[in-house]
Write a protein that binds this ligand. Structure first.
Ligand code: PEP
Ligand code: MG
Length: 784
């Protein structure tokens, strides 16, 4: 290929990585192989070098990068300086003109195609268009970064530089090319190069300008299994542009196909809430809610799945190694947008690698199971795309918007948190091993380290622990409760927080749901409830609540599902879009949460009640309502009055409270006098408030003991008083998943126990055994 500054993609191939980077070379290669790749051109790495040299900014630029990258403030400053230097320099005139003329030609090519579609055979004569129409015919393109290192051309810098979507017009393209170049000096990219020992001066950036596909649906495909390398193609897809799938901001549909047998093995349909699309008026890429009728609709039909598999095979053959392919579909046409080798397949040599001995990190075993995989550090949602099927997600703490990536992860490791933090609750529901509260995971681990996570013992090892079986599909796909279920007089229920866990929860054959945490569902929405209200979309918010709660009450019908009213600490809600108004509290755990929040913010409580009413209207009489964090019977009274005043017939459903503040336990008879159907022990909070131990603080985790005699004494008192009054008692805190606690509670006469998904089976066995022991004991005593 001629060493030009701006070249057509079809002019380059895999031998040109040094000129157009891995991404550009791969696109060229695929176009040559006649794969359906959108056309475009590349502003080469040489053009970038000329830009640096001819502007004379080299010294200033590279000197500005000589900083201590471990200091976040300094690093951010360096990023700012370097980007300013790039943005203020001008692209050499001949290169700029080449970009403009290639873009004009790209527009002409597209126009030709469209005219052909309209039946025009000869399209060279564009005089058929009026001037203003010609003016308007400017295509939308994506401007993508494709970095390359001079001495190591195939080094991967994937995902570290920026991509700009839906760009139109010559000047905007020129600006975006410069922005791509500037993104070579983003903080993350600088940090990565320093830590990996790359010389900044030797890393160049090619900007690929490629026709945009206004995808109706899009996603990713692994041409072979990304963890095991087996001949199984994995496809993930969602509505709109593929960025939602790549970034992990939506749970996509999942399909797996046995390539050899040409058989679709699995189709998992997810609830797809948002889509990335082009705004018809501004041309900008925006996020919009997925239309109701498409949310739970299957994205790909069998024909599309098999066609994609076929393309995956061609790409894999082309490169001779399994590929991670981005695809899009528009007007029934499939497009291949990008392809790169899968780096996560565990090669045979991995088995012989360093055998783990002593633990690298210690924390709390928050979700049992062992997993081995590559670590991926995630600091915020923009990095979720790094986590591929079978990787180990490492974060300071997980947040609700990380759930899609948590679903792909083989295990989760966090710096912070206790047994009832977000990471712990969600990973247990997903059946994904987790170690939380390690304090130093994000400091000691780096991307792509091979580690073993022991979620039982709370340990993380470097390398492969010999007891770990070869990588198997993520545990969330393997749950099976094949054993026959013992019948127990004490009901054994299950806790649910995320709708995605419903199927696993149902498979436990639990006697119902003893706690459905709706705040996890709300935190998973694209914006804060107040934002919906502000935008006049309160009805949309209610619909979201209804559909999420309905997933669970429907799956368990007619078994009871106790839905808890909102209980979210302000710190978690503040992180949502539109959540800036959340009060900043010195101690959110003791603050504006639970029923006290709903009684002050009745605007929101009203929306919850609307959702409950709608569910009752739809026939879900199995729904009960549970009020969290009550400390005085007047709160129960006011909550009931409010629900009644809004037309919710609470006499027809079960109403109960959580006992999680010692005050509520001590005056339980006053609550009984106020009128309720059940109480449920929230031992996560009851323990922290009784013992003055912050449940999320790993520094005092050693003092957190849900079997502390004071906690047990409160529980015993409440069960005794409730039994006298005929009020049902239950437990939904983490302690209920501990068989020892379960035994004690059955002996005390509790009505039901609600455990985590992974604990239902063992708790049920313990309950059955304890009940039999009690019966035996009673029978023996009668004989004597
Ligand atoms: C509890 O406090 O035990 C409980 C189940 O509620 P949460 O963990 O949501 O505070
Ligand atoms: Mg609680």
């Amino acid at each position: 290929m001629a060493n030009d500054s701006v070249v057509w993609l079809e002019e380059v191939g895999k031998e040109d990585i040094a000129i157009v980077g891995g991404k550009g070379a791969s696109l060229g290669e695929m176009i040559r192989a006649e794969l359906p790749v959108p056309g475009g051109f590349a502003v080469t790495a040489q053009a970038f070098r000329r830009f640096i040299d001819e502007n004379g900014i080299s010294d200033e630029l590279f000197r500005s990068l000589e900083v201590d990258v471990d200091d976040a403030d300094i690093l951010r400053k360096a990023e700012k300086n370097a980007k300013k230097i790039i943005m203020e320099a001008s692209i050499p005139a001949d290169i700029e003109e080449s970009i403009r003329s290639k873009y004009r030609e790209l527009c002409q090519r597209e126009l030709s195609n469209q005219l052909k579609g309209k039946g025009f055979k000869e399209i060279k004569d564009l005089r058929i268009l009026k001037e203003d129409e010609e003016e308007k015919f400017e295509v939308f393109v994506a401007v993508r970064s494709s970095a390359t290192a001079e001495d190591l051309p195939d080094a991967s810098f994937a995902g570290q530089q920026d991509t700009f979507l839906n760009i139109r017009g010559e000047q905007n393209i020129i600006d975006s090319v410069k922005k791509c170049w500037a993104s070579l000096y983003g903080a993350r990219a600088i940090y990565y190069r320093v830590k990996q020992g790359f010389d900044h001066r030797k890393v160049n950036l090619c900007a690929v300008v490629q026709m945009m596909v206004d995808a109706e649906k899009a996603g990713v495909m692994f041409s072979s299994h990304p963890a095991t390398g087996e001949p199984i193609t994995i496809i993930e897809g969602s509505w709109g542009l593929g960025e939602t799938v790549v970034s992990g901001s939506v749970s996509p549909d999942y399909y797996s196909v046995d390539k050899q047998a040409r058989k679709i093995l699995e189709r998992k349909i997810a609830t797809k809430n948002i889509m990335h699309t082009k705004d018809m008026h501004t041309g900008k890429t925006i996020d919009i809610p997925v239309p109701e009728n498409k949310k739970n609709a299957i994205v790909l039909d069998d024909d599309e799945i098999m066609k994609l598999v076929g393309f995956g095979e061609v790409v894999e053959d082309l490169y001779g190694t399994p590929q991670d392919v981005e695809w899009a579909i528009k007007n029934n046409e499939i497009y291949i947008l990008q392809s790169r080798p899968i780096t996560t397949i565990k090669k045979k040599k991995d088995v012989k690698e360093k055998v783990a001995t002593s633990a690298l990190l210690e924390g709390l075993g928050a979700s049992p199971g062992m997993a081995y995989g590559e670590s991926k550090l995630v600091s915020d949602v923009t990095e979720l795309g790094k986590v591929k099927e079978g990787d180990i997600l490492v974060a300071v703490m997980t947040t609700p918007d990380m759930v899609p990536a948590m679903k792909r992860a083989a295990a989760i490791v966090t710096d912070e948190g206790g047994m009832t933090c977000h990471a712990a609750i969600v990973s247990r529901e997903l059946g994904c091993p987790a170690v939380v509260g390690t304090r130093r995971a994000t400091e000691l681990l780096t991307d792509n380290m091979k580690i073993t996570v022991d979620g039982e013992k709370g340990l993380v090892f470097e390398g492969k622990k010999d007891t770990v079986a070869p990588i198997t599909p993520p545990p969330q796909m393997q749950l099976s409760f094949a054993k026959s279920k013992p019948i127990t007089a004490t009901e054994v229920k299950v806790n649910v927080s995320i709708p995605e866990a419903t199927q696993r929860a149902v498979e436990t054959q639990a006697d119902g749901v003893g706690l459905l945490r709706i705040e996890h569902m709300i935190l998973g929405l694209p914006k804060h409830p107040k934002q919906y209200i502000k935008e006049g979309k309160a009805d949309e918010y209610v619909d979201e609540l209804v559909s999420r709660i309905q997933t669970v009450v429907d799956a368990f019908y007619p078994k009871p599902v106790w839905v808890r009213t909102l209980d979210a600490p302000t710190d978690e809600f503040r992180a949502m879009e539109g959540g800036e108004g959340e009060p900043i509290e010195p101690n959110p755990m003791l603050g504006y949460r639970g029923i006290r929040r709903d009684l002050l913010d009745t605007e929101h409580f009203d929306l919850e009640v609307k959702a409950f009413k709608e569910l009752i209207k739809r026939g879900y009489s199995n729904m009960g309502i549970m009020i969290p964090l009550v400390q005085h019977p007047s709160e129960l009274k006011r909550a009931k009055e409010f629900m009644r005043s809004k037309g919710l017939d609470i006499d027809k459903i079960d109403i109960g409270i959580m006992v999680e503040i010692p005050a509520a336990a001590l005056i339980i008879n006053d609550f009984i006098a106020e009128g309720l159907d059940f109480v449920s022990f929230g031992t996560n909070d009851l323990t922290q408030y009784t013992l003055a131990v912050d449940r999320n603080n790993e520094h005092v985790a050693h003092l957190y003991n849900e079997m502390h005699p004071a906690v047990l004494k409160l529980i015993e008192y409440v069960i005794t008083e409730c039994n006298k009054a005929g009020v049902k008692t239950s437990i939904c805190g983490q302690a209920g998943s501990n068989p020892k606690v379960a035994k004690r509670l059955v002996e005390l006469g509790i009505t039901s126990i609600s455990a985590n998904i992974d604990a239902v089976e063992t708790v049920r066995e313990m309950v059955a055994r304890t009940e039999m022991q009690l019966m035996l004991k009673a029978a023996r005593e009668r004989k004597v």
